[in-house]
Design a protein around this ligand. Structure first.
Ligand code: CO8
Length: 257
């Protein structure tokens, strides 16, 4: 594993996965996501593990999908790469998955946190879907999960302006379970995971499945719709411009084409 660190027994029956591309603010490239998928699959099958904590570092949970890796891609490239099959596998994790989020949780990073079952946030955490600023839109569930969590008006504002919200705002609106000082956020996630790890793994698994069911009955259609539109943004000049501007560290000029 190059981009994640896995500790099988970080606490009794609790595993820890740490995203580990600190220089790139844990930008989610394809290899990192594949490693995460494989690690989760293995931990899901390990009977000694009953709950999993996913974290980044103090500065960033993850600043989104890797823009540099996506910048030159066409819509058809994106379709063939099919990175969302990895996300679909991650979503199938049966054991409780708790995100311990500090710093940036942006774009795919915010979507990854929302894919987890619960979120413990540090006071410095910020959640956002800034894709619109680089000429694309959320592609890994952001438009659907954020809207379910925050309601239409707030989700719409975040997705259309790309502005982030603070940990406290996220807590107020139910996106995160609680906010704790930065030095305690991982410990708090372990505490929650440990509490669950003491309960019946079978009941926990079934209960998780059932809670998710409440959200997923209509989610599939939404995700499918979102995915097609995400690919479509890669047919635009604005996507090329937005991502090139990011890489070249300049302001993008969008033309609506
Ligand atoms: N992709 C690639 N590299 C990144 C990313 C990213 N998303 N975010 C940061 N980096 C890199 C920077 O390029 C920089 O690298 P270098 O030192 O080589 O120039 C390094 O990380 C540190 O970043 P900054 O110097 O920019 O740090 P700042 O503190 O000045 O700024 C920010 C931090 C505000 C987080 C800034 O880095 C930023 O705006 N990042 C991009 C955020 C963003 O737009 N995220 C959305 C990406 S698109 C997306 O997620 C689509 C999701 C749908 C598909 C999901 C499939 C995985």
């Amino acid at each position: 594993m190059e981009f994640i660190l896995v500790t099988q027994q970080a606490r009794p029956h609790v595993a820890l996965i740490q995203l580990n591309r600190p220089k790139e603010l844990n930008a989610l490239n394809l290899q990192l996501m594949a490693e995460l998928r494989d690690a989760l699959k293995e931990l899901d099958q390990n009977e000694e593990v009953r709950a999993i904590v996913l974290t980044g570092n103090e500065r960033a949970f993850a600043a989104g999908a890797d823009i540099k890796q996506m910048a030159g891609k066409t819509a058809i490239d994106m379709l063939h790469i099919d990175q969302f099959s990895t996300w679909d596998q991650i979503k199938k994790t049966k054991k409780p998955l708790i995100a311990a989020v500090s710093g940036f949780a942006l774009g795919g990073g915010c979507e990854l946190a929302m894919t987890c079952d619960m979120i413990i946030a540090s006071e410095t955490a910020q959640f956002g879907q800034p894709e619109i600023k680089i000429g694309v839109m959320p592609g890994a569930g952001g438009t659907q999960r954020l809207t379910r969590a925050l309601g239409k008006a707030r989700a719409m504002e975040m997705v259309l302006t790309g502005k982030s919200i603070s940990a406290r705002e996220a807590e107020k609106h139910g996106l995160v379970n609680r906010v704790v000082p930065v030095e305690l956020h991982l410990e708090e996630a372990f505490k929650l995971a440990g509490e669950i790890a003491q309960l019946s793994p079978v009941a926990v698994k079934l209960a998780k499945e059932s809670v998710n069911r409440a959200f997923e009955a209509h989610l599939e259609e939404g995700l499918h719709f979102e995915r097609k539109n995400f690919y479509l943004t890669f047919a635009s000049e604005d996507q090329t411009e937005g991502m090139a501007a990011f890489v070249e560290k300049r302001q993008p000029v969008f033309k609506g084409r």
